[in-house]
Design a binder for this molecule. Structure first.
Ligand code: SAH
Length: 433
């Protein structure tokens, strides 16, 4: 078994390929990261170009990932997402990624918007309440599918900007107000549908009260880095829950965030369900991880740890297969972090960029969610039986959160991972503040 000795990596991510970089940025952006430099060649900005890019997004991302409602697909083909982001980000508007919209917030990724919209089963007679207007894009997607959309945003400049934009683009059945969305909008209740695009710990009671009998609510609930998208149906005044999939939405603003009871411990970063033993969510999605692409949970009594591991399989060069997980880490307390995993792989061929190989990787972010560096376990290609990999990374002092990523990242072949661990390395006495 190969056990590489702990190595430290420089803090530069400059050598990462543009494609891989785009994923990292996309992932960073989900957490509201600021993108500092243009990353891909600028695309032409004529409307027919945008139409083409939108159609590609629908055909290559939304349809293959299970969006089937024709009305939702039509709305995705027709809604100009580039109008909802700043000029700087327009060239990335039709990739499946979240993008910064200011105020440390992000526009949701097109897949998540389509997925949540489809889950709501939109009907032309529905009055819909949205919490977290953000850019206004989700409201714009809903607009042609329902009667009216009432949308609440807590960050005033964002709400005002979205309101003006929606007016300019003539979404006449969308109404925006500034306020704490978890109080709902009683004047217009009851709502047949409620969609929440920021993540509270529990479903706020005013939203339960304002949901019509038989109505549906789609909402990501859970701890800050451990959220599940739920679909609730109101029956006899109570909510019946159906978990949809694990997810990660940006932290909220306002009372609900301040009142969180379970907080992550940034002094003790840890991987959740790194041994893949927890039962799948809805018999389908791997618990604790999100943004799942081409991953399956495998049961095998000979797994290196427990009885399960995760398998990534990809045949199409450049298409990603991965899982992500957010975690809290404070670089003032944790100086060094050990990342370890067991992996095996077969017939692995790098994607179009040579860095596109199976890996376990970490990206660190500061309090403004700026990218502080990208670190990974090793270079794996070809085939190998189960092996252990472990490395210790220096944590930049400004670090406040991280994203753990595992997968094939554009390589083709099969890769299995198990026993993924994150662990703070005790600082040497002389390093103590
Ligand atoms: N639906 C948006 C994306 C939302 S990001 C889009 O399509 O672009 C989440 C949004 O929720 C952010 O704009 C954030 O400011 C807002 N938000 C957070 N907490 C809130 C609260 N308590 N009430 C209303 N909006 C809130």
């Amino acid at each position: 078994m190969d056990r590489p000795s702990p190595r430290r990596y420089p803090l530069s991510a400059a050598h990462v390929s543009p494609n891989l970089r785009r994923w990292i940025i996309g992932i960073a952006s989900m957490l509201g990261a600021v993108v500092l430099a243009p990353l891909t060649a600028a695309l032409g900005q004529s409307s027919s170009n945008y139409d083409q890019l939108r159609n590609r997004l629908v055909n290559e991302v939304l349809v293959p990932q299970g969006i089937t409602n024709p009305a939702v697909l039509k709305a995705a083909r027709e809604t100009p997402r580039h109008e909802f982001v700043a000029l700087l980000h327009r060239k990335n508007a039709y990739y499946d990624m979240a993008l910064p919209i200011g105020g440390q917030q992000t526009i949701s990724s097109p897949f998540i918007v389509a997925f949540m919209t489809q889950a709501l089963d939109p009907q032309p007679t529905d009055r819909v309440l949205e919490i977290g207007t953000g850019s206004g894009y989700q409201a714009a997607i809903l607009s042609p599918l329902v009667k009216d959309v009432y949308s609440i945003e807590i960050v005033e400049p964002l709400g005002l900007q979205a309101k003006q934009l929606l007016q300019r683009l003539k979404y006449q059945n969308v109404f925006v107000k500034i306020g704490d969305g978890f109080q709902g909008w009683p004047e217009h209740a009851p709502f047949q549908k409620i969609i929440v695009t920021c993540s509270p710990e529990k479903v706020p009671q005013p939203l339960v009260d304002q949901l019509d009998e038989g109505g549906l609510m789609v909402i990501p609930v859970g701890e800050r880095y451990q959220q599940t998208l739920f679909l609730y149906r109101k029956k006899d005044g109570k909510l019946e829950a159906q978990p949809l999939r694990p997810t990660l939405f940006v932290p909220m603003t306002g009372k609900a965030e301040a009142a969180r009871q379970v907080l992550p411990d940034p002094k003790r970063p840890a991987a959740i369900n790194g041994g893949f033993e927890a039962a799948a969510v809805s018999d389908q999605y791997i618990q604790g991880w999100y943004y799942e692409q081409q991953a399956t949970l495998v049961t095998d009594p000979k797994a290196p740890e427990g009885r399960h591991f995760v398998r990534f399989a990809n045949q199409q060069e450049g298409r990603s297969a991965h899982l992500l997980q957010g975690f809290a880490i404070d670089g003032r307390h944790v100086r060094e972090l050990r990342l370890s995993a067991r992996l095996r792989y077969s017939d692995v061929v790098p994607g179009p960029n040579r860095e596109e190989l199976p890996n376990v990787a970490i990206t660190f972010y500061d309090e403004n969610r700026r990218d502080l560096g990208f670190f990974w376990l090793g270079t794996y290609r070809g085939s190998s039986d189960w092996r252990q990999a472990s490395r210790v990374f220096r944590v930049p002092v400004g670090t406040r959160e991280g994203i753990l990523r595992v997968g094939l990242f554009g390589a083709s072949g099969v890769a299995d991972f198990d026993d993924i661990r994150l662990e703070a390395v005790e600082p040497a006495a002389k390093d103590m503040p």
